[in-house]
Design a binder for this molecule. Structure first.
Ligand code: KIV
Ligand code: ZN
Length: 504
């Protein structure tokens, strides 16, 4: 059996299904470019029938990203498959990913169909897809709760109908590692034509077992793993990209398999996704958490100084945290010129147009006036803030003034610009940020409910940049806005407006 494990990234599809993680086209493209840098085998770019935006996103990724295969998800329906094919057919290596539930509970209550009907539909639709695209993946949804004999029957039939990959989803994160591994082994032993297809895993993390289950599947013969950056996905999320890839790399002695992932791009990918979605990475998160390579206890520090391997099973450099780079990043400040700024951005993996670079430089100078040292994290926040949101703003802030204090009613005066028109209004609120949000809502006439508001210090110190993430609910859909400034009221105003600009 081959010792090569394909990495199928579904950040842009299952990841984006996570409430509040909606990405616009530009953001999806940026994630897709980073996935290509990571050297993933397959990018699942979306669910083309779901909406016009999804269709456009999949089509654009298919047209622009070279290297990985580009997959589009489809239900087992002709109209889905036609639409999916229109979206991915421009890719160098297109893939259609079909799914149909096979567990008793899904067939009875969701689909209201008998086993024989499901089997027929799976076969017919796989043939329909294979007539358009040579690369077809089939997922029996809720496979881990499907009767094994029926699962084997479906898998064998879809392989005969043209499926080249059979994915075995643990859709509800119910499996435990040994049982999930046994299911893979069962399929290998009981499906006659199994050697004609790649077996894939797709594990959800409801019990915190997604990575363990995926590893168990690999141990039993799966050769594709479906993952998402930072473990993003429905409910508790998907198998985490960084965890499975680093587990395979670090424990090659046990697993004896490899991936082709450029692990040095992992940290950049994790940061990019966290910036775009506004979901912070917990400090204790394996691999990419801020504390993942920090040693606090004296005994540990002493051990690491004597020999890193005493307490480090992998190095920060493996995931793209380069000690030298961190040291270099300290030199940018108010006196840094255009060239140093541009070089640092290139080193960090940003490729900006001249116009974007100019805007980022202006913002950099503004921040550097208030803050002595500009760290890489600050630069990343500046770029995100100024040029990279992909949202052409309908409204911009012309003027902002806030008064607040222990004996004052917090009041904000905001002037917004829309094209050549400006409008100014004052509002009071429960606090300065609330007053600003109310003034902005009055000017823009948008009725959105604030569902989440977080402030995070991008770096440490009194003059650190504060990054504000705002999530609002507008007509049942969640929208995220992110902005950074040394003044958190200003960052809050910009983040809120960034959110509203997405609605227009
Ligand atoms: O969790 C799941 O079953 C899925 C399928 C569509 C593969 O996401
Ligand atoms: Zn899923």
């Amino acid at each position: 059996m081959s010792d090569y494990v394909r990495i199928f990234d579904t950040t842009l599809r299952d990841g984006e299904q996570c409430p509040g993680a909606t990405m616009n086209l530009q953001e999806k493209l940026r994630v897709a470019r980073q996935l290509a840098k990571l050297n993933v085998d397959i990018i699942e770019a979306g669910f083309p029938i779901a909406s016009n935006d999804d269709f456009e996103a999949v089509k654009t990724v298919a047209g622009e990203i070279e290297g990985p295969e580009i997959a589009g998800l489809c239900r087992c329906l002709e109209k889905d498959i036609e639409r999916g094919w229109q979206a991915v057919k421009g890719a160098h290596k297109p893939r259609l990913h079909l799914f149909l539930a096979t567990s008793k509970i899904h067939m009875q209550y969701k689909l209201k169909k008998a086993e024989s009907e499901i089997l027929r539909q799976a076969v017919e639709m796989t043939k329909f897809a294979a007539a358009r695209c040579a690369n077809v993946e089939f997922s029996p949804e809720d496979a881990s709760r499907t009767e094994r004999a029926f699962l084997a029957e479906v898998v064998e039939a879809v392989i005969a109908a043209g499926a080249t990959t059979v994915n075995i989803p643990d859709t509800v994160g119910y499996a435990v590692p040994w049982q999930y591994g046994e299911t893979i082994a069962y399929l290998k032993n009981n499906v006659k034509n199994i050697e004609r297809a790649i077996i894939s895993t797709h594990c959800h993390d409801d019990l915190g077992l997604a990575v363990a289950n995926s590893l168990s599947a690999v141990r039993n013969g799966a050769r594709q793993v479906e993952v998402a950056i930072n473990g993003l996905g429905e409910r508790a999320g998907n198998c985490s990209f960084e965890e499975i890839v680093m587990a395979i790399k670090t424990r090659r002695d046990e697993l004896a398999v490899d991936t082709q992932i450029n692990t040095r791009e992992i940290m950049a990918a994790s940061r990019l996704l966290s910036q775009i979605t506004g979901f912070p990475v917990p400090p204790n998160k394996a691999i990419v958490g801020a504390n993942a390579f920090k040693h606090e206890a004296g005994i540990h520090q002493h051990g690491v100084m004597a020999n890193k391997a005493t307490y480090e099973i992998m190095t920060p450099e493996h995931i793209g945290l380069n000690a030298e780079e961190i040291a270099q990043s300290l030199v940018l400040g108010k006196h840094s010129g255009h060239h140093a700024f541009q070089k640092r951005l290139v080193d960090l993996g940003f490729s900006l147009s001249d116009d974007e670079l100019q805007k980022a430089l202006v913002r950099f100078k503004e921040v550097a006036d208030k803050k002595k040292i500009i760290y890489d994290e600050d630069l990343q926040a500046i770029v995100e803030d100024v040029v990279a949101t992909g949202v052409r703003p309908t409204y911009t802030i012309d003027y902002l003034s806030v008064t607040a204090g222990s004996h004052q009613i917090p009041t904000a005066t905001v002037r917004l610009r829309k094209g050549t028109r400006v409008k100014e209004l004052a509002s009071t609120g429960d606090g300065p940020v609330d007053a600003v949000f109310k003034a902005i809502s009055k000017i823009t006439h948008v009725k959105a409910t604030l569902v989440d508001y977080t402030v995070r210090s991008v770096t440490s110190g009194r003059e650190a940049l504060g990054e504000v993430t705002v999530k609002v609910d507008h007509k049942g859909k969640l929208h995220t806005g992110v902005a950074a400034s040394t003044d958190i009221v200003e960052a809050s105003a910009k983040a809120y407006l960034n959110c509203l600009n997405r609605l227009f």
